[in-house]
Design a protein around this ligand. Structure first.
Ligand code: SAH
Ligand code: SF4
Length: 372
């Protein structure tokens, strides 16, 4: 038998092909697709009884652990709420035991899911807890979709609300896992399923130039956010090692191409780090650098992480930075760091949990041999 496959990895057309090949009418693909992307746990339970006979029998025969298809339905191993009640961070365990972070943010009644695209990250940004972990593996489309389904389920159950926005700002670099991310996003936007507006989906990248150009070429309908963090080549690559590979001029050219081909602006993400990229001179240099590019700038105070000695910019300096950019004609917003007490920085919950598990394991199992 072939390796089992996730039903959540499939496109609508693939799902339809699989069931029709087994003699089920194509129209049944619609009911199955809706259930899969509404609440996959329902397929594991009695409510499956509501489905018409042939489809129900197909599910019973082929869907489940050790069968031809499985469902992506990760186990929640932590659910941590911020003290202001506006942010919940989940640690989800995948089938191979790896864990990823997914966040639900509820500011201003606009509920947003922040999802991961990889286990760890290969880009190594010095200030980022995920970057400090290194890369383990890409997520499959179904594993990305399952995080959104998890947040949707919590929103429905605990708040009676629907998900409005989706941001790919969790662990990992989305454009390093391009095909899986684009497959997952097209499922999220599918009107036969979750039907999230493409205008409310934002893909955040560290600046993978070939992939930005590919998005431009394909006229990908999602919002694009670029983590810039430096106003010149040296400043940027000191924080973002891959800035040496995809250099500033190339990156800005790719932004212009994107503006032109897609006809949309780009969100510039700027993590403010005291003394590194937050002075009035840097703000002026940034204003010059971005001249002629259609952007909206988001300023984000640094979340301190253990592997990085930098600290967040003081409020006054941050406001001054914003004022200079505004005076130069840019739309600039300040992103609040309200979730800080739930370890809101990407990757921070996982690294804290890993440390906790390691330290309890150390207590339980004293070292067998002396370290060399
Ligand atoms: N890999 C993508 C998306 C995930 S990171 C990217 O880098 O854009 C999402 C955002 O969080 C990025 O803008 C990143 O620079 C920022 N970020 C990471 N660690 C942070 C920290 N400790 N404090 C503040 N922002 C951080
Ligand atoms: Fe990866 Fe983004 Fe973290 Fe950089 S900031 S290490 S690209 S997740």
């Amino acid at each position: 038998m072939n390796d089992p496959q996730s039903l959540h990895d499939l496109s609508y057309e693939e799902l339809e092909q699989f069931i029709t090949a087994d003699g089920i009418k194509a129209v049944h693909a619609h009911s199955l697709w809706r259930l899969l992307h509404w609440d996959a746990s329902l397929l594991e339970m009695e409510s499956c009884q509501n489905l018409l006979g042939p489809l129900r029998r197909w599910i019973e025969e082929y869907v489940g652990e050790d069968k031809r298809f499985f469902l992506d339905h990760p186990e929640q191993v932590a659910d941590i709420r911020s003290s202001d009640g506006m942010t919940r961070k989940f640690l989800l365990k995948l089938r191979d035991g790896q864990t990823i972070e997914t966040v639900l943010m509820g500011y201003d009644g606009r509920h947003t899911a922040c999802v991961s695209t990889q286990v760890g990250c290969a880009m190594g940004c010095v200030f980022c807890a995920t970057g400090q972990m290194g890369f383990t593996r890409h997520l499959r489309p179904g594993e990305i979709i399952a995080q959104v389904l998890h947040v949707q389920r919590v929103l429905r159950r605990d708040y009676g609300k629907r998900l409005r926005n989706l941001v790919l700002m969790g662990m990992g670099e989305p454009l390093h896992n391009y095909d899986a991310v684009m497959r997952a996003m097209s499922v999220m936007a599918d009107v036969r399923g979750p039907s999230l507006s493409t205008q409310r989906i934002t893909i955040s990248t560290v600046g993978v130039v070939p992939a930005i150009l590919r998005m431009a070429e394909e006229k990908a309908p999602y919002n694009l956010a670029l983590s810039l963090h430096g106003a010149n080549q040296a400043q940027r690559s000191a924080l973002i090692p891959v800035g040496k590979k995809w250099r500033m001029e190339e990156l800005l050219d790719a932004c212009r191409t994107y503006n032109q081909k897609v006809g949309k602006g780009i969100f510039i993400e700027w993590t403010l780090i005291a003394g590194a990229n937050d002075s009035p001179e840097v703000a002026r240099e940034l204003a010059e650098l971005l001249r002629g590019i259609d952007v909206h700038i988001n300023l984000i105070p640094l979340n301190p992480t253990e592997g990085f000695a930098g600290t967040a910019t003081a409020t006054q300096a941050g406001l001054q930075f914003q004022k200079i950019l505004r005076a130069a004609g840019y739309p600039v917003t300040f992103r609040q760091r309200r979730g800080i007490d739930v370890a809101a920085g990407c990757g921070q919950l996982k690294s804290e949990r890993t440390k906790l598990t390691q330290s309890s394991a150390e207590k339980l199992q004293p070292a067998q041999s002396a370290p060399n």
